[in-house]
Design a protein around this ligand. Sequence first.
Ligand code: NAD
Length: 542
Amino acid sequence: MSKGFFQVPVAVNEPVKSYAPGSPEREEVLKQYRKYYKSKTEVPLYIGEHEVSVGDTKPISPPHDHKHIIGHYYLAEAEQIDAAIETALQARPAWAALTWEQRAAIFLKAAELLAGPYRAKINAATMIGQSKTVHQAEIDSACELIDFLRFNVEFMSQIYSEQPDSSEGIWNRVEYRSLEGFVYAITPFNFTAIAGNLPSSAAMMGNVVLWKPSSTQMFSAKVIMDVFKEAGVPPGVINMVAGNSAMISEKALTHPDFAGIHFTGSTEVFNSLWKQIGDNIGTYKTYPRIVGETGGKDFIIAHPTANARQVATAITRGAFEFQGQKCSAASRIYLPESKAEKTLEYLKADLASIKPPGTPEDMSNFVSSVIDQKSFDKLAGYIDRAKKDKKAEVIAGGGYNKSKGYFIEPTVILTTDPNYVTMETELFGPVVTVYVYKDKDWSEALKLVDTTSEYALTGAVFSGDRYAIDEATKVLENCAGNFYINDKPTGAVVGQQPFGGARGSGTNDKAGSAQNLMRWVSPRLIKETFVSPEDYRYPFLG
Ligand code: NAD
């Protein structure tokens, strides 16, 4: 029981450091990068108080230098998953009963550790393991993760302070219990911040967690666990495992104490997990929470009044930063005939000024490698197809090479078919497809944007005409969970632009918001009557 109504520190967004030549942060991150590069890091399983490093392993290599090995991660056997779940459940009573300000303090401390002593480590690990430039690593693994932790603490305190009215002689109160069981967090490769947020947001609300990071994010996942441990997350509260995804999910999703899934990744995987949960629904002690943020086919549509220079900049940044591997990355572009030539000219000039993809250690690189061979082969296949198809033309980039790293040039495909395969399919790489519409068909083009894809994650409209902006906002109401006006569709900031989409893009529970945290509690209403009645007869009975 707390002995005060505590106010948490007001959350503010972590300032983004510049890493300009000569800055101390640049020197520090490069030093850490080189240290990691030369050494071998072992990533154990984290089960309760044990860091398990026995059994089979898999190597970890930087995607931009895939023959170089920087460490190994351990693979869990089925019985270790059982042990991780049992350990979590044993940790649950004490963790769920801990006063909320103690939980808040742990995660605020984690934020401070990331902002200070762990900043270079988490950024260098993300640069090496996921091939992010230093700027992309900074805005993700340092700033966004710090923001998630700080803002979630603030949202948690807001949730707890939300209480019902009471009437005369009665006191109504709500307590926000953690879920009765464990939460299964599954995270994608592309954001270190999401990897840290999915397990910690549920844990912050008093839950215990089984966390399975992506096999291609294990290097920075270890830094996250190191931070959680140093911040004081007790053993068993967040258990990190790796290995065969199907086996781990089979164990987690057939367990009677499975209480919720916190997923970010592809729509296909989420659909299969949801189905599995449905098949096992009779097994669970409680209805599980199902939260999933999934794929996208994010758009930019320019009106004839749009500024071509601004549209081109939004495409260059929105489609190609982090090699187009953001769920929010622009990947289908609709340009009006009257502005297309100018916009594409600017875009091609931008791309011509970008160095060929290379290592993030060389800070003059704007783009690096895609995440793995599977992704590389898939993207190269779509590029080859576009080179051959009559309906498509590769107007910029189109080169690729995987001899050292999985490098794909930023590529622009121009199509005459608004339903061309790369206008509809999530490619998740540095490939953007452009369709040019006739200026007079603006309203039809909006309908096309709305109906072309199964997804509804992010999208942007560029226009200087307020009526056109209003029309786009209305027609595209259900087409994006995050809708941008005269801005690129990427770069959502915690506490400012809560993130998530609907349709095939997920359950839209908005990561980094109170709404998301509400999914990890089960409120209990307590009504207390001070003087209880002693006669059952109501006055109307006479
Ligand atoms: P992915 O679906 O391949 O993998 C996501 C996670 O699911 C990984 O940890 C993976 O190992 C795991 N997984 C795969 N099969 C599984 C199974 N049967 N059981 C349990 N886990 C399983 O996605 P990815 O390639 O890591 O990430 C890219 C995808 O994530 C894209 O589709 C992107 O749009 C999406 N994404 C969405 C958001 C969002 O907020 N909407 C954010 C980031 C990424």
